[in-house]
Ligand binder design. Structure first.
Ligand code: S3P
Length: 169
């Protein structure tokens, strides 16, 4: 169970359902929801896509790190949906490991992810070949999600409410 003073952080690849599940879990727990992509868009007044295209991925990653570290440092226990690439930076993984937050990895097969990412505009990394992109990301990032996760929830073939219940457990 999650302590009253602990953040709950959802990590996982694009399309694993972090934002949707985090919204429902936040409602259930009566906690604020922090979605790192939304924080970045609010702070900059630009979309994730615009930032990637105009400033490049490294600039986006810096904003992502700031959003994650600020969310973890906030004393109000929240539900944090950390965007898929948030585990790439060692300093982010270190912060996730050393914080008292409980980190849940929503783990999905690339085939499941591919079905779910169609049409989402905030994912410029999947513009060229979404299938290949997801496979490569999955291979590269799986050890990183594993490194920070306190618990793993498999999402393949499960509904949002089934995943929510598993996360809450
Ligand atoms: C990214 C995931 C996206 C968004 C950006 C990059 C990634 O967020 O931050 O397109 O590198 O995995 P979601 O995981 O919320 O889709």
């Amino acid at each position: 169970m999650i302590g009253d003073d602990q953040h709950l952080v959802l990590v996982g690849l694009m399309g694993s359902g972090k934002s949707t599940v985090a919204r429902v879990v936040a409602e259930r727990l009566g906690r604020p929801l922090v979605d790192s992509d939304a924080v970045i868009e609010e702070r900059t007044g630009r979309t994730v896509r615009e930032i990637f295209l105009a400033d490049g991925e490294p600039a986006f990653r810096e904003l992502e790190t700031a959003a994650l570290l600020d969310a973890l440092a906030d004393p109000r226990p929240s539900v944090i949906a950390a965007a898929g690439g948030a585990v790439l930076a060692e300093c982010n993984r270190q912060a996730l490991r050393s914080s008292t937050a409980r980190v849940v990895w929503l783990c999905a097969d690339p085939a499941t992810l591919l079905e779910r990412v169609r049409g989402a505009s905030h994912r410029p990394l999947l513009d060229d070949d979404a299938e290949a992109g997801l496979r490569t990301m999955s291979e590269r990032r799986e050890p990183l999600y594993r490194e920070v996760a306190d618990a793993i929830v498999l999402v393949d073939g499960r509904s949002v409410s089934e995943v929510v219940e598993a996360v809450l457990r």
